[in-house]
Each structure stands twice: as structure tokens, then as C-alpha cells.
Design a protein. Structure first.
Length: 141
């Protein structure tokens, strides 16, 4: 998302995305939150199509006329489990962890797979391995 937004607003994009990620509940919601920073309407619409599948249509005001429903991402995990995963991952990647965890929760079949999916966002292999190890040992308690 940062790359796409950078093409439209420049080097400030990573900061805009991180700030908006603190409140976004899904990737489409995050895209809509940051799209307001794109001045050109055609560019804004193109950006939103990439991340919302074309579900949102914008008008001159920059506000969408169709928003994705804010429904829970996953019925498989409790809010507490998702918060634990988010807190653990945030130590490695920062505020974007909330979005990463929600996206992974939609794909994961169980808690082990959730942690494996989110660990992919940790760049350093040693840190990634340590993260998974800690997650597995915490589940065993």
C-alpha cells in the first residue's frame, strides 16, 4: 500500500499509512483513510480500486459513497487472541501490525497458522524464528 500511495503523494506515504493503520479495521478501510491524501480524483479512484476491488466510488468531495461493512475479520479468534498477536508483532514492525494481524486472521485456520502468517512480516530471519518460538511456547501454557 505504501508503494502505491508513494506513487501518488510522494515520500510521505509510509508515515500516512502508519498513522492511518492505527484506526483502520481492514485493508479497504485503511485504503479509504489514506486516499483522502491524494489530490487528483482520478488517481484517488485508481488507488481505491486496487485495495477495495472497486467497491468504493468517490465524488469530488473525496468521500466514498459505498463503504465496506465494518464486520469482525474472523470468528475463529477471540479479540483477546488477536490483540495478543498484534502486540507481539508490533514490537517488530510497529503500528501496521494491527492491519497485518486482521488480514492474517481472515486467512488462518488456527492460532498456529495465524502466527506463521504474521511472522512473514518480520524481515530478520532470526527475529522471525524467535517470534514463532515464543508464540508456540506461550500457547502451550
Amino acid at each position: 500500500m505504501e508503494t502505491e500511495l508513494s506513487r501518488r503523494i510522494g515520500p510521505i506515504a509510509p508515515i500516512v499509512v502508519r498513522k492511518a493503520a492505527k484506526n483502520a479495521l481492514s485493508i479497504p478501510a485503511l485504503a479509504e483513510a489514506v486516499a483522502g491524501e491524494i489530490a487528483d480524483e482520478a488517481q484517488r479512484v485508481a488507488f481505491l480500486k486496487v485495495f477495495t476491488g472497486g467497491d468504493s466510488t468517490t465524488r469530488g468531495s473525496g468521500h466514498s459513497t459505498s463503504r465496506p461493512a465494518e464486520t469482525p475479520i474472523s470468528q475463529k479468534f477471540t479479540a483477546e487472541k488477536l490483540q495478543e498477536a498484534e502486540t507481539a508483532l508490533a514490537q517488530h514492525i510497529g503500528a501496521i501490525a494491527k492491519v497485518v494481524v486482521k488480514r492474517a486472521a481472515a486467512k488462518a485456520r488456527d492460532e498456529a497458522e495465524l502466527y506463521l502468517l504474521i511472522s512473514d512480516e518480520i524481515k530478520d530471519p532470526a527475529e522471525r524464528k524467535n517470534f514463532v518460538r515464543k508464540a508456540v511456547s506461550a500457547r502451550g501454557r
